[in-house]
Design a protein around this ligand. Structure first.
Ligand SMILES: Cc1cc2nc3c(=O)[nH]c(=O)nc-3n(C[C@H](O)[C@H](O)[C@H](O)COP(=O)(O)OP(=O)(O)OC[C@H]3O[C@@H](n4cnc5c(N)ncnc54)[C@H](O)[C@@H]3O)c2cc1C
Length: 316
């Protein structure tokens, strides 16, 4: 029997959707699934976790002033992994996971593969995109503890009802020196809906022309519960913050629908969104490469089309 741990990310006290695909991936015969919750909210997430096959929920209790400190959280997680003999650890490849998982790997001196969309628990292999998404690499890991960062939304969640118990793991004494969190702020407007976990993304590129025009995308996004993304050109031009960048050097996303507005579809942009369920492009140039790599396109000015779409959604 293998003990596998999944690190659960919460959003305002609720289990983020992306955790559910990750748990589905970690579930297998002869596997005991542990969910690690680093917020004191295990009881409120118990029902959803057990409906996806979790049998043990470990609530890691940190000192109040250490709760947002990624170094302390990583240290406490490692103590818990050792205590519960966890041989594989799954976390999400989100902003939090990218901060947290490499810290854990470094402290454990353990192998870590980020941005996995499949893990073979028997073979101890992970599949991930490499070289801007041009190839898929299958990477074999060896060691006492293996870590995997899972691409959000890459795996369809499947329910499997179990009964879970909650264990408290006191880590209030854990403190990591060298890093002190001075302030934690609210999310930027752009990240009101997390890009990596959104079902629908409307992204803008150079074709949006300026920062103000991105409001057109925000207005439309608010009608359909979508997140707003951007190409690197839009970010480098200072129109939107880096947290909105999709691509090789930005966020890797797998929404059900990706609407690219005034984006040409460079290899580097594609590397971040090619696993989207459906790609819709709005572009004035019919030779733009995104038009030969999408499911639907509109050959029109995005600045005209998006407000019309917003009005239709408003009336609908
Ligand atoms: C190492 C490296 C890493 C990179 N990482 C990333 C990354 O993570 N993400 C990323 O996006 N890029 C990345 N890039 C940059 C990438 O190569 C492209 O330069 C960038 O993606 C182009 O952005 P764009 O599509 O917005 O602009 P452009 O390529 O200039 O395309 C603009 C498009 O908008 C269309 N258009 C213009 N006006 C309108 C309008 N009114 N309505 C509709 N369409 C219109 C044009 O026809 C054109 O197709 C990286 C580059 C390098 C070298």
């Amino acid at each position: 029997m293998k003990n596998i741990g999944v690190i659960i990310e919460l959003d305002k006290g609720r289990v983020k959707e992306a955790n559910l695909g990750m748990i589905t991936l970690a579930r297998a015969k002869d596997v005991k699934l542990f969910a690690f919750v680093l917020d004191k909210q295990a009881i409120s997430v118990k029902a959803v976790l057990e409906s996806f096959g979790i049998t043990t929920i470990v609530e890691i209790c940190l000192a109040k002033d250490q709760q947002n400190n990624p170094a302390t959280r990583a240290k406490a997680m490692i103590n818990a992994i050792k205590k519960f003999n966890i041989s594989m650890v799954f976390g999400l490849c989100t902003a939090m996971g990218k901060d947290f998982l490499p810290r854990m790997a470094a402290l454990l001196d353990a192998p870590l593969v980020m941005d996995c969309f499949f893990v073979d628990l028997e073979q101890k292999t992970a599949r991930t995109y490499q070289y801007s998404g041009k190839i898929i690499a299958t990477i074999q890991l060896s060691g006492q503890t293996l870590l995997f960062g899972i691409r959000p939304n890459a795996i369809e969640p499947v329910k499997a009802q179990e009964k879970a118990r909650i264990l408290k793991f006191d880590s209030s004494h854990v403190f990591a020196g060298g890093l002190r969190v001075l302030k934690s702020g609210g999310a930027e407007k752009s990240t009101a809906i997390n890009l990596a976990e959104a079902d629908v993304i409307i992204a803008g590129g150079r074709g949006m022309k300026n920062s103000e025009n991105f409001n057109i995308l925000f207005q439309c996004a608010s009608k359909i519960n979508a997140a707003v993304g951007a190409s690197r050109v839009a970010v480098d031009s200072g129109w939107v913050p880096y947290s909105m960048q999709v691509g090789q050097t930005g966020e890797k996303v797998s929404p059900k629908v990706y609407i690219a507005c005034g984006i040409s579809g460079s290899i580097q942009h594609f590397a971040g969104m090619k696993t989207s369920g459906m790609i819709i492009a709005i572009n004035t140039d019919e030779n733009a490469s995104i038009l030969s790599n999408c499911d639907y396109y509109v050959k029109k000015d995005a600045l005209e089309i998006i407000p019309v779409l917003t009005r239709i959604l408003d009336n609908g």
